[in-house]
Design a protein around this ligand. Sequence first.
Ligand code: GRF
Length: 184
Amino acid sequence: MNIAVFVSGGGTNLQALLDAEREGFFKSHICLVLGNRPCKGLERVAGRDCAALVHGDSEDILRLLREHEIDLVVLAGYLKILPEEVLSAYEGRIINIHPSLLPKYGGRGMYGHHVHEAVFAHGEPYSGATVHRVTGEVDGGTVLLQSKVNIEKLKSPEEIADTVLVLEHQLLKTAVKYIEEERL
Ligand code: GRF
């Protein structure tokens, strides 16, 4: 599969996918990285056979996805809502990584540190990461994979974030591999 990854920030999930491709963990090729703004994630493809740029409007996104013959769109730390035209053109072929055990701690406003602060404030014994299909409902698509961790001994939202991020990296590359093998 040809994969496009959307980023907004540091791009550590993108990096996990780039490393997985390089080590042959999956056969697919990440050939396009799009950001809604300049960010470190876009710099991670330097020296690779992969385009990286800040996207424009929905027409621009659709043109880029078609030009690169994208089969799978991966949202990895991407903080915007994809335009309806893109969601419908790639229905069933867009996945997202979310840093909680959806459906808990998902939806509008629940991203990045907000998630871990809420999990910590509620004294949850577990947290984790979820890969899900992307639909028009924020974090509402079918759950594909989840990874759960006991956080009772963790002392801050930052510790939870660091622990969950490691799970995200493992889960996202596994989801790509399973989709490639048509197991998901
Ligand atoms: C991660 O927690 C991701 O789940 C969330 O944004 C954070 C940063 O992701 N959506 P990355 O380092 O930019 O991949």
